[in-house]
Design a protein around this ligand. Structure first.
Ligand code: S3P
Length: 169
């Protein structure tokens, strides 16, 4: 199985869908944020505060290359597409863009009290939407497959991904 890389903004469903997709395909799953939290030894929001975003991005860039060494379903963090190096690495990979409406994304981000994103702390809803719009073209450009997650159940999203992967391969 070729690795499947899920990209998309915060709240797009990358973590949930990666787990369900990996279970369905009987594949290994790598949730990059989870691995990074383990590596940096603190919540991402604390790390941003103490060491800055640029340092987090370095860890993220290193981990992406590592994760791709083994076949897996990879849930990336929403900002992985920002680094030129990552854009290059992802250019020939099976990248699935989980897309959602900006209002849905902001609602999901605000409702997630367990995973409080650093960028959601310092940005209001309008800022978050602007951040999403500023990245949207990059997600679209890197995607081989796009699935809208705004109003669908995880099992239906997973079926749609599998169907589209079959068509694309
Ligand atoms: C980020 C998204 C987060 C996490 C970090 C930065 C971003 O991951 O990597 O807070 O820049 O969009 P999720 O997309 O899994 O929330």
């Amino acid at each position: 199985m070729e690795s499947i890389v899920l990209i998309g903004f915060m709240g797009a469903g990358k973590t949930t869908i990666s787990k369900e997709l990996a279970t369905t395909l009987n594949a290994r799953v790598v949730d990059m944020d989870d691995v990074l939290v383990e590596r940096i030894g603190q919540p991402i929001s604390d790390y941003f505060e103490e060491h800055g975003e640029a340092s987090f991005r370095e860890h993220e860039t290193n981990l992406l290359k590592e994760a791709l060494n083994e076949e897996s379903v990879i849930a990336t963090g929403g900002g992985v597409i920002l680094q030129k190096e990552n854009q290059q690495v992802l250019s020939d990979k099976l990248v699935v863009y989980l897309k959602a409406d900006a209002n849905v994304l902001v609602k999901r981000i605000r409702e997630d009290k367990v995973n409080v994103r650093p960028l959601a702390i310092k940005n209001d809803d309008g800022d978050l939407k602007r951040l999403f719009f500023s990245r949207e073209k990059l997600y679209e450009k890197l995607a081989k497959i796009t699935v809208d997650t705004s109003e669908k159940l995880p099992k239906d999203i997973v079926s749609e991904i599998i169907q589209q992967v079959e068509v694309a391969s």
